[in-house]
Design a protein around this ligand. Structure first.
Ligand SMILES: NC(=O)c1ccc[n+]([C@@H]2O[C@H](COP(=O)([O-])OP(=O)(O)OC[C@H]3O[C@@H](n4cnc5c(N)ncnc54)[C@H](OP(=O)(O)O)[C@@H]3O)[C@@H](O)[C@H]2O)c1
Length: 165
């Protein structure tokens, strides 16, 4: 119960690694503010968190690249729980394209989700983390040392995320 009573915001918690973090944090006694775009998936994750021992879960459905949504996420979390101890910037997309097939749209979307969203969400949460002496966890990739063919833009976004971290 290392996280008993701690409040964690976990972005990208509607599936995959983020859903796994939510369940692991539930077992450690944390309260959760979960977010993603897929409401059905989020509700399924909430059920699994409750089974794992967390009865206090807030969900916010929306696009983490939108400033207004990030503000709603932080404000509603603070309003419900009165504090924020942990921010997990986990939402991410793996865009695969070569130099030849890369488009501005793929570049912009990848950077918006993988880099800008963690940066500006952390900026919003920082005053609350300073108050609670809390922590930020950013989900990067082990693949930043070698670039697989087609993974350039994705890896670039994660290298920049590592620098931010
Ligand atoms: N799986 C791997 O092998 C691997 C390896 C290295 C790093 N990672 C990193 O681990 C993290 C999680 O990946 P995963 O493998 O668990 O993938 P995943 O199952 O596809 O999960 C991605 C999560 O990000 C959310 N998300 C994506 N775009 C979003 C947006 N615009 N607004 C709000 N939420 C958004 C998704 O929510 P919705 O679907 O609800 O929108 C989902 O919850 C990512 O940062 C990824 O880069 C994964």
């Amino acid at each position: 119960m290392a996280l008993r009573g701690k409040l964690a915001i976990i972005s990208g918690s509607s599936s995959g690694i983020g859903a796994g973090i939510a369940i692991a944090f539930s077992k450690e006694g944390a309260k959760l503010s979960l977010t993603g775009r897929n409401q059905k998936n989020l509700e399924e994750v909430v059920k699994n968190c409750k089974k794992a021992g967390c009865q206090d879960v807030l969900i916010n459905v929306g696009d983490i690249t939108q400033d207004a949504f990030r503000r709603t996420l932080v404000e509603s979390t603070k309003k419900k729980f009165g504090k924020i101890d942990i921010l997990v910037n986990n939402a991410g997309i793996a865009s695969m394209c070569t130099l030849q097939s890369a488009t501005k749209d793929v570049y912009d979307t990848t950077m918006a989700v993988n880099l800008e969203a963690p940066l500006f969400l952390t900026q919003l949460v920082a005053p609350h983390l300073i108050e609670s002496k809390g922590n930020v966890i950013n989900t990067s990739t082990a693949g930043t040392g070698t670039i697989a063919p087609g993974g350039g833009i994705y890896v670039m976004s994660k290298v920049a995320l590592d620098t931010f971290t």
